[in-house]
Design a protein around this ligand. Structure first.
Ligand code: 5GP
Length: 190
């Protein structure tokens, strides 16, 4: 039996990466796609586990060969993409495959695989999202303003998704997501 792909997207700084990290740690039955990216690795990130860290040239090569299921330039800084082959293999193997990607990518997956399940990770409130972005302290004032603008547009896309999970607490949100993934029919749209 082939399984169903789940795509997790949501606004910038909502904590998609943290939810994905929790799932990577606690739910080995979930197959988490490893994206390719042109951004440099951060301390603690392992090539092939958190991302495939590739050159711009290699990334462009993968795109031109049709090897990406979806790809996007995120925050105008680096390219990110989902290698297609491993996702298809995970589906064929009946695994529980999960992509943690940005909204542009989620829309491309919807076009390519409309049967996938799309889950929007939402902040408990707009103020909460703003304070997460400020609290993270990794961006300059100018970058933060750009990201907040992006986040506003991204929040407006909620209605495009099959389900919304509120990231009030990482563990709770991750467990809700995994149980959604395990109940193939419950949230189906006609
Ligand atoms: P970060 O650089 O902080 O790990 O990720 C930045 C953003 O890139 C996050 O919003 C994340 O969801 C998105 N992202 C990670 N991998 C992919 C991917 O393969 N495709 C797309 N479209 N976005 C991705």
């Amino acid at each position: 039996m082939t399984s169903r792909l789940t795509v997790l997207a949501g606004p910038t700084a909502v904590g998609k990466g943290t939810v994905a990290a929790y799932i990577r740690e606690h739910h080995p039955e979930v197959w988490l796609s490893v994206s390719a990216t042109t951004r440099p690795a951060r301390p603690g990130e392992v090539d092939g586990r958190h991302y495939h860290f590739v050159s711009g040239e290699d990334f462009a090569d993968m795109v031109s060969k049709g090897e990406m299921l979806e790809w996007a330039v995120v925050h105008g800084r680096a390219s990110y993409g989902t290698p297609r082959g491993p996702v298809e293999q995970a589906l064929a193997d009946g695994r529980l495959p999960l992509l943690e990607i940005d909204l542009q990518g989620a829309r491309q997956v919807r076009a390519a695989m409309p049967e996938a399940r799309f889950v929007f990770l939402a902040p408990p409130s707009w103020d909460d999202l703003v304070s997460r972005l400020v609290g993270r302290g990794t961006e300059t004032e100018e970058e933060r303003a750009v990201r907040l603008e992006t986040a506003k547009v991204e929040m407006a896309a909620q209605g495009e998704f099959d389900a919304v999970v509120v990231n009030d607490e990482v563990r709770r949100a991750a467990e809700e997501l995994v149980s959604l993934m395990r109940s193939p029919e419950l949230d189906d749209k006609d």
